[in-house]
Design a binder for this molecule. Sequence first.
Ligand code: ADP
Length: 815
Amino acid sequence: MTQNPPEPPGEQPAAGSPGVLPLLPTRELVVFPRMVAPVFIGREKSVRAIERAFEDKSAIVLSSQRDGSVDDPTGDDLRKVGTRATVLQLFKLPDGSVKALVEGQERVRIETFEAEQPHFLVRVRPLPSPDRTAVRSRSLARRVAAEFASYVQMNPNLGDELQFVAAQAQDPDELADIVAAHLQVTTDEKQALLETVSTKQRLLLLLESLAEENAVLGLEQEIALKVQRRIEGAQRQIVLHEKLRVIRDEIEEGGEAADDESSEYAARLAEVRLSPAAVKLVERELRKLRQAPPMSPEVGVTRGLLDTVFDLPWGRLAPADVDVGAVARHLDRTHYGLKDVKDRVLEYLAVCRMRAERAGAGGADQPATILCLAGPPGTGKSSVARSIADALGRPFARVALGGVRDEAEIRGHRRTYIGSMPGRIIDGLVRAGVDNPVMLLDELDKLATDWRGDPAAALMEVLDPAHNHAFRDNYLEVEYDLSKVFFIATANDVDGIPHTLYDRLEVIHLSGYSLEEKLAIARRHLLPRVAADSGLRRGDVTFGRGVLRAVVRGYTRESGVRELERALRRIARKVARRHLEDGLGLPLRIETGDLRGYLGEAVWLDAQLGRKGRVGESLALAYTGDGGEVLTVEAAIAKGRGELVLTGQLGEVMQESAAAAWGYLLANVEHDPRLRPLLSRCRHVGRRGLDMASQDVRVHVPEGAVPKDGPSAGLALAVAMLSALGRLPVRPRVAMTGEITLGGRVLRVGGLKEKLLAAKRSGVRTVILPEANRGSIAELPSEVTAQLGFVYVTTFADALPHVFRAGSSQGTGNV
Ligand code: ADP
């Protein structure tokens, strides 16, 4: 129970005179002015003293014992400086002891002990400070206040409100009391602070203590912070590990599919005999597969790679025997004619066989040179290669090279490239499923080179027997052995094959087929196949006399038989459909008149060549990658500045031969007795001779945008020019081929079979050729040369009587 101070009694206290007050000895407690402190009082003497003060409403002096352990102190045991205080509350406890709340008022010095019983009575004198408001004290006070603020802040036992208490101090001495009251220092130190009279001294003492305390607290705080961080760090680790574990568990649950998948791959890894490097690669990728989230793009890349690795043959081989006889029989069965080609293929295979026997089992059998079948499209290059594969019993893989300009198409993209894939060679092996397939490198001459690298160089590596056992595809990354692959290349035009590659090739030329050959191929090979493909039986469709010939003549214009095969397919499909839909009866015989119904209007008409000669036009026989062709060469003389103007996609060599032809004519036309008469009606010949300074000669070779090149049109160019100059019509259906020199000599040319076949297709009757080619004509099969007249010439002048009708010069022409 708390008791409030009673009303002041009318009587003077026993202590009597002012300045005599009861004294409460304290143990380990120093009370400062303005400090409110609870005190527990157990000693009888002390209880009496405080009860007296409380009852008398007088002040009480608190003085600390020099030695707290002394139970019954005498005056000598007490410090001589204490605090005058008032008793705010008094609470009597059942055991007779007292709990009181006291508030310090001022410091006092004990002058005398007036009594010791029943409690201490002392005479005291206030202890004022002489410098409590001095300037020096004020400035010190500010520093003390600042230090105290930090002290409060750092000391966890003190409430933050104490900062404001200090700020409310009226003067430096008051501040000193407040600060001293809250400072957690020893009793002796507190007592020293209480006893020090000078405010400045007190503040200095406080500063010292505060600085010391703050340093200790700062250090403690720092350590605490470090400890906390360490604890937090450790906890963080624990928490993160725990989270990671949970996430892993989640992934593993959702990742069962990935696990299934990776164990499937792992099973394949056990089955397939990969190279050690490939095993490493697979293991690495499997790890990735297990760790990556199932939907991540990386998984797709990894899967793609693993599939490629496992789809590769890795040592799986087809029987490697080379039975030359079997190949010969098979080629004869599947291909008509091509005797030379077949012979050379068989020779090549015989070499392969010999090498294989010498190298022993598993040895490389292909020589350093690669077979290259060269010729116009549709002449059977790919199908001969396929037949070789079939006859050898090896899978066949075609690798198209036409238009390949990026090295990566051969060697693969790095996997960092989006949408990366292995190169075509590795892809070919995957398709073939064995390490020793027949691989057709189709259209070697159509390889291109640009900034994306040199695919030809990459191909060199593929074909080089010194390197191809360790071919490195960028996508696959690990080396793969290509040395057992049997490569065969094809090209339309050998001139287009990169030189480095050409040196590695054993080129076998396939020339175009004559009409008779085409008919034979159609009857024996194309028709049965085409009919079977359309679900027709052998004999369901037959052709009347001359019908196939009409198909070839009217609907195809080619050296090979591709268009012909296509036309026959169209016929077969239509027959099959009409049979099903309209009940068309089988077997069916198709006559020439029916062709329109099956193939539409004929595309090529037999009489393409005019029967009338034209001025300024000649026919040149040309050889292109697509076979032979009859080109019309047009020349015209027009007003100008004496220039030779060429149009119609002429290649450089052809331009040069046009210049040579024109140069020859300008130099000789007036002086050569055989040429000069032809100019009798030429208006460009004045009294002083041929005046070409104000005339241009224009040369044009039509036929669409097909690029034309080569020197063999020289003769035809000169004829067209002379025809234009002299206004002489050229005899119809006379075609020519031959290179011309500035001196007018006509030089040997190539590609005769194709040229003659083209001439026949176009309805040419007479062919003018270099004398030097007489021998090569004699070697051609008779069906190629039949129905053609040949004129062999050594010079340009030799050709004139066969090109122009004697005295046929006329004044009008179409130029
Ligand atoms: P290329 O590869 O030379 O362009 P292909 O091999 O594709 O030509 O031949 C085109 C078609 O003509 C194929 O169906 C092929 O079987 C056929 N063919 C070509 N030449 C012959 C031939 N001499 N005997 C039988 N069929 C042939």
